[in-house]
Design a protein around this ligand. Structure first.
Ligand code: PLP
Length: 481
């Protein structure tokens, strides 16, 4: 493809995406296809001869779009949002067009320095501790996911806890312990497995009624484990748990971690970006105790997957765990210790120029525009919660500090509430106008309504509420017959 052909087809592709965004509201949010339907539309063998781009675009409509669940749809209320936006897509396009590989500073200095700079901007914007800034002992880096960030946080913590010996000797699985709650994201347990510790290393600390980790229970567990000769490595505190957006109390957990010399990792994958908004910062009080912190711009900050912002207070622990310098990567800047080589901050060697899309996003919207997006999600969720609280058909199952509301429908006494709630969910999702997911809270199934897709407005939340109420009425009548 010549540059001129690229220009022509590039315009067609951008037109196709803009048209897709325009027609999104008319598409069913959840893909209606059955397993195998998409593959059945594809030829058995790869094309022998090249095809015109128009044929590929036609197949996007014929094969791909029907097989999509539309995460950017204004009726998407499932899981957590996975925002994208025009500036994010354009930033990614530039990154793809440049095609640079930023594994070391020298392989493309702008890729490293723009990333460092944008991460410093965001540390300030989110109200994170000065220790996370690249001018001090710490620094920020873009990871592919919070799952990846949780893993590298654990590796850095292991490096520190072992006095650096894991690099040479690996870990002694029976020796080290990691502290989570039952509400911690499963990626932390996966990180423990990948690090070679095994599931016995995972200590599940009790939560309180609001599903937040209990500091006293953490302290008791740490005391017991230390007395048994074990080495506590890391406590994973969550700001905004996946299930319900519960918040572990950082200000109380931090001093306990310090007392036991344990690494405090804060997983704020979804909720961390809310720190942009001053009135929401108290949720993260105590963040200054954190040794590391992760939040995803690709969830709620108008930036397409993948864009995980990850900071450490002491970058030496991270690079101590991960740095390897084979001869072919040696260069004067690295040898002089004058630069950051991001390959030493992550699992992979190679890395895309991810910072570009975040830079495009923050420059297009400004901090003000990003704050408006967060505030709108929180306000809409709050309104939904108030409608539900005032309605005898629903209970609000948990606190809703951000843009997720967990609703527990009420049913007649002789109805199995969990089955009825799942039936309600299926009816809503089959309808195609909205998409919700579920979780369990204190043993009962609840519906999660996660507001935050870029084009969701009050009208869409009102419609979701109307559909919830109508379908509840129909089902209640069905059950009564
Ligand atoms: N941590 C928390 C608290 C999450 O809610 C999630 C996903 O929802 C993750 C980690 C994993 O995020 P990612 O998809 O970026 O790996």
């Amino acid at each position: 493809m010549t540059p001129e052909e690229f220009r022509r087809h590039g315009h067609e592709v951008v037109d196709w995406i803009a048209d897709y965004w325009t027609r999104l509201p008319g598409l069913p949010v959840r893909s209606p296809v059955a397993p195998g339907d998409v593959r059945a539309l594809l030829p058995d063998a790869a094309p022998e001869r090249g095809e015109p781009l128009s044929a590929v675009l036609a197949d996007l409509d014929r094969v791909v779009v029907p097989g999509l669940t539309h995460w950017q749809h204004p009726g998407f209320f499932g899981y957590f949002p996975a925002n994208t936006s025009g500036p994010s897509v354009l930033g990614d396009l530039v990154s793809a067009g440049l095609g640079v590989q930023g594994m070391s500073w020298v392989t493309s200095p702008a890729a490293t320095e723009l990333e460092q700079h944008v991460l410093d901007w965001f540390a300030d914007l989110l109200g994170l501790p000065a220790s996370f800034r690249s001018s001090g002992a710490g620094g920020g880096v873009l990871q592919d996911s919070s799952s990846g960030a949780n893993l590298v946080a654990l590796l850095a913590a292991l490096h520190r806890a072992s006095g650096g010996t894991t690099v040479r000797h690996g870990v002694v699985p029976e020796e080290y312990t990691v502290y989570v709650s039952a509400e911690t994201h499963s990626s932390m347990e996966k990180a423990v497995r990948v690090a070679g510790l095994g599931s016995d290393a995972v200590r599940i600390v009790e939560v309180d009624y609001d599903l937040a980790m209990r500091p006293a229970a953490l302290a008791a567990r740490l005391e017991r484990d230390v007395a048994r000769g074990l080495k506590p490595v890391l406590v994973c505190a969550t700001v905004g748990t996946t299930s319900t957006t519960a918040v572990d109390p950082l200000a109380e957990l931090g001093p306990i971690c310090q007392r036991f010399g344990v690494w405090l990792h804060v997983d704020a994958a979804y909720a961390g970006v809310s720190g942009l908004v001053p009135e929401l910062r108290p949720l993260q009080d105590g963040v200054e105790w954190a040794d590391s912190y992760t939040t995803d711009a690709h969830k709620w900050l108008l930036t397409g997957f993948d864009a995980t912002l990850f900071w450490v207070a002491d970058r030496a622990a991270l690079t101590g765990a991960l740095a390897i310098l084979p001869e072919y990567l040696r260069n004067a800047a690295t040898d002089a210790g004058a630069v950051v080589d991001y390959r030493d901050w992550q699992i992979e060697l190679g890395r895309r120029f991810r910072a570009l899309k975040l830079w495009f996003v923050v420059r297009w919207y400004g901090a003000e525009g990003l704050r408006a997006h967060i505030r709108s999600g929180v306000a809409l969720a709050d309104e939904l919660a108030r409608w539900a609280e005032a309605d005898e058909r629903f209970d609000v199952a948990t606190a809703h500090p951000l843009s997720l509301v967990c609703l527990r429908p009420r049913w007649a006494d002789d109805v199995d509430a969990d089955v009825a709630t799942m039936t309600l969910l299926e009816r809503l999702n089959d309808g195609g106008e909205v998409f919700l997911t579920h979780t369990t809270v204190r043993g009962a199934v609840v519906l999660r309504v996660a507001v935050g897709a870029p084009t969701t407005t009050r009208t869409h939340v009102e419609r979701a509420w109307q559909l919830l109420a109508e379908n509840h009425d129909w089902l209640s009548r069905d059950f009564a017959e």
